[in-house]
Design a protein around this ligand. Structure first.
Ligand code: OFO
Length: 170
């Protein structure tokens, strides 16, 4: 693996762990607001982000690359409503998509086909992440101002269960 690709993947481990930390704090926020379903949804999202970090971690080690774990930034609560949380999530996913695309571009420019194949899963995953974030915003805009509808939406999100990633590094 080329040095620059390895450096970008190492940085991505930190970004994915930050995603997990950010979403855990979203879960924390929703517990405080009495919205246990949204709290559940983001707690599971945090678990998925930890999985994403571990996929990069495993891929690096499987390719004899040194992994350096950096400090994880503190999430800042710069939102005041559930809808603002969901919009923050979408903005964050767009940032992660751009980051994955940058690594992909670097791998492509140095003909690192193995890394491109590994990253293909993340390219698809980011499409799903952004679609989910947009879907939640739409639902919150439609139903968030009506307490009964919000209760039902929260119940729907409370049914989400954790599933491990379909990608395996071996
Ligand atoms: Fe790792 O996909 Fe969200 O951030």
């Amino acid at each position: 693996m080329k040095k620059k690709v390895a450096e970008m993947m190492n940085a991505q481990i930190n970004k994915e762990l930050y995603s997990a930390y950010l979403y855990l704090d979203f879960s924390n926020y929703f517990i405080e607001k009495g919205l246990a379903g949204l709290a559940n949804w983001y707690r599971i999202q945090a678990m998925e982000e930890r999985d994403h970090a571990m996929l990069f971690y495993d891929y690096m080690h499987h390719n004899n690359q040194k992994v350096t774990l950096e400090a994880i930034e503190k999430p800042t609560r710069d939102y005041n409503t559930p809808l603002e949380v969901l919009k923050t999530a979408l903005g964050h996913e767009e940032y992660i998509t751009a980051s994955i695309d940058e690594i992909y571009g670097e791998a492509m420019s140095c003909k690192d086909y193995r890394s491109m194949q590994f990253l293909d899963w993340f390219v698809k995953e980011q499409g799903e992440e952004e679609a989910n974030a947009n879907d939640l915003i739409t639902k919150m805009e439609l139903f968030g101002n009506d307490p009964k509808s919000l209760y039902l939406l929260d119940a729907e999100l409370g049914a989400r269960v954790y599933t491990p990633p379909t990608l395996v590094v071996d």
